[in-house]
Design a protein around this ligand. Structure first.
Ligand SMILES: NC(=O)c1ccc[n+]([C@@H]2O[C@H](COP(=O)([O-])OP(=O)(O)OC[C@H]3O[C@@H](n4cnc5c(N)ncnc54)[C@H](OP(=O)(O)O)[C@@H]3O)[C@@H](O)[C@H]2O)c1
Length: 367
């Protein structure tokens, strides 16, 4: 059984020496928020195994994938019951045998496949990254999934260069804002960003050249009106018919990077019509069609890169440098205590969030 699997089951995550029980959230079934239960286990001295560290968690990220997993439609969901949560930040309280690069007291960010929604986790030291000194725990819990994703899409697949144009969907969400900030690190990039109208001021402040309210405007027409040839990069987190629209919006040598299926989600309950519609409208292209089109289509899924330790840690190093230089800064939408996980999820289901939604073991704090 892997370290994260054990941590997710609560088997090796143990208390930091105080007498308080360790609290954790557990997903016990799919479909409704009341299937997420707050549990606790007795405190015990931390006992990380070889290569592992135990981390007292100060904040954890809530990702769109957690919302999909709650409805039973995320492909990387482990068997039930399990503790969700792919990222977080906290303090190392114990190190296992052979761990050279972490010590008790280090402030770290943690990236795992699941299991971060608890007060204490035991993970491989390679799944932790040292936090920059100036970074808060909340920022650290908001950085990894969103910024690694946006960075690899824009720079590794997208080859973003000065003068390029980019279409960013869900632009006011966690990945969206990360992408906007990263686009700003390159000269003269034109950004089209789709989001609800009330979020447009914020989009402009974060570098969106042309905000588009996709509720009232056909975004394809809006982009074509300003840039008849289309764009160089389409970030596609929506899937279904939107992938086809994105592909058609590419300029010669343009790249579409598909990395999500947000169209599957229409509220807090699973929507079979949306599932069927998105599946039916799935984009497909043959090599024979791609060849004369001079376009690229890429698929990105961080959940399948967890074993690529060097690749991912290289990206994190570059992100930490960008943070230290003041180029990127996670935008926190709201912070919710474990007890309010259902409200935290609703924040995303109801499209209220601007930036990252976080969970903390302690007291509630909303902005
Ligand atoms: N492949 C990967 O490795 C990877 C990693 C991270 C994220 N992702 C994907 O990236 C996308 C964005 O994730 P995120 O964490 O940045 O999202 P997020 O912060 O939760 O963004 C939520 C916002 O997106 C907009 N939205 C558009 N369609 C929506 C829908 N069907 N349901 C709810 N909100 C919708 C809403 O804003 P408006 O009011 O403006 O519409 C909402 O407030 C998701 O598709 C996610 O699965 C993929």
């Amino acid at each position: 059984m892997s370290a994260e699997r054990e941590a997710a089951k609560g088997a090796t995550a143990v208390a930091a020496g105080d007498a308080h029980p360790v609290r954790y959230l557990e997903l016990t079934g799919f479909g409704s928020h009341d299937k997420l239960k707050l549990r606790s286990r007795p405190a015990a001295p931390p006992a990380p195994g070889p290569g592992q560290v135990t981390v007292r968690v100060r904040a954890s990220g809530l990702n769109f994938a957690d919302v999909m997993a709650q409805q039973g439609i995320y492909d990387r969901t482990p068997p039930l019951p399990h503790t969700p949560g792919m990222e977080g930040a906290g303090v190392v309280v114990a190190v296992g045998e052979g761990v050279q690069d972490r010590k008790v007291g280090d402030r770290v960010m943690v990236l795992v496949r699941w299991g971060m929604w608890q007060e204490e986790v035991t993970v491989l030291s390679a799944q932790t990254f040292l936090m920059p000194e100036a970074m808060t725990f909340e920022e650290a819990a908001a950085l990894l999934v969103n910024y690694i994703t946006a960075y690899m899409i824009l720079f590794d697949f997208g080859n973003l260069r000065p003068g390029h144009s980019v279409l960013v969907h869900m632009a006011a969400g966690g990945v969206g804002i990360a992408a906007l900030q990263l686009c700003r690190t390159v000269e003269n990039v034109t950004v089209f960003g789709t989001a609800s109208a009330r979020k447009h001021e914020m989009l402009k402040e974060n570098g969106v050249t042309h905000p588009i309210d996709y509720h009232t405007t056909d975004y394809v027409e809006a982009v074509k009106k300003i840039s008849p040839k289309g764009v160089d990069i389409v970030m596609d987190p929506l899937g279904g018919a939107d992938t086809t629209k994105g592909y058609k919006l590419l300029k010669p040598m343009g790249k579409l990077i598909t990395y999500g299926m947000a169209n599957l989600i229409t509220g807090s309950k699973r929507n079979l019509m949306a599932l069927a519609r998105t599946w039916w409208n799935q984009f497909s292209v043959t090599a024979l069609q791609l060849l004369p089109a001079n376009r690229a289509v890429c698929g990105y899924h961080l959940g399948y890169l967890h074993d690529e330790v060097e690749l991912v840690s290289g990206v994190v190093s570059r992100l930490v440098a960008l943070y230290n230089q003041g180029h990127i800064k996670p935008h926190i939408d709201s912070v919710w205590p474990f007890e309010k996980v259902a409200d935290a999820m609703k924040q995303i289901h109801e499209k209220k969030n601007v930036g990252k939604v976080l969970l903390v073991p302690g007291a509630e704090k909303e902005s």
